[in-house]
Design a protein around this ligand. Sequence first.
Ligand SMILES: Nc1ncnc2c1ncn2[C@@H]1O[C@H](COP(=O)(O)OP(=O)(O)O)[C@@H](O)[C@H]1O
Ligand SMILES: [Mg+2]
Length: 245
Amino acid sequence: MSPSADIPDAVVDIRNVRRAFGDRPVLDGIDLQLRSGEFVALLGPSGTGKTTLLRILAGLDSADSGRVVVPRARSVVFQEPRLVPSRRVWRNVVLGGHSPRKLRSRADAALSEVGLSNHGSAWPVTLSGGEAQRVALARALVTEPGLLLLDEPFAALDALTRIKMQDLVAELVELHRPAVVLVTHDVDEAILLADRILVLNNGSVELDVPVDIDKPRPRTDPRFLELRALLLDQLGVVDSVTNPH
Ligand SMILES: Nc1ncnc2c1ncn2[C@@H]1O[C@H](COP(=O)(O)OP(=O)(O)O)[C@@H](O)[C@H]1O
Ligand SMILES: [Mg+2]
């Protein structure tokens, strides 16, 4: 599918988005449409504008030109959990606007979804890196976003925690069904989680491929290997698994 093809029920619709820093164009005419509940992974070399695109989708930065249509409710999870250390865990999950008792029960429900039911009263400093990132995920989902933006959310975690977090994200996305944009450097992670994978390079979307593999997706599936080889090739990486020589 061409990235600019019309999707009638798109909840994210960006057209010809451009963003330059000084005289350097970083995003050079990006088109992207996402359906409700669609999970897109965004790959690309460092410095290619992935975070810039995510920040524009989040409303944290503006495009210089082009059209940006996004759902009103959006959440972002960054590589670091960004918890407020002076607030207890549950207070990091919910913002004001309701009675304290109601807030606490919403926070506890969200914390239970990420497996942290007993940590609501704890201070952020007492959490492990993986737990803190799960709090960030609870905080992102408690608002029921139409668009969930994940900027390398597992990059700082150890390998085992990372696998658990990938499973958790898959489960929670299945439950809440936001549209998702996941920025990652990990090709396998992209194939495991996404419905569609985009490769961003030199300011534009160089590749846009659907992941047409039934879930769960064994890494040994021939289509998995084929897609991995295609993506690594596109990223200019030699794949030692499929090309041992
Ligand atoms: N606020 C900014 N001011 C100036 N340059 C920026 C700013 N944000 C990002 N850049 C530059 O834009 C390019 C893309 O950055 P970024 O979107 O963070 O890339 P990625 O997330 O793909 O690694 C980089 O060269 C970066 O230095
Ligand atoms: Mg980045």
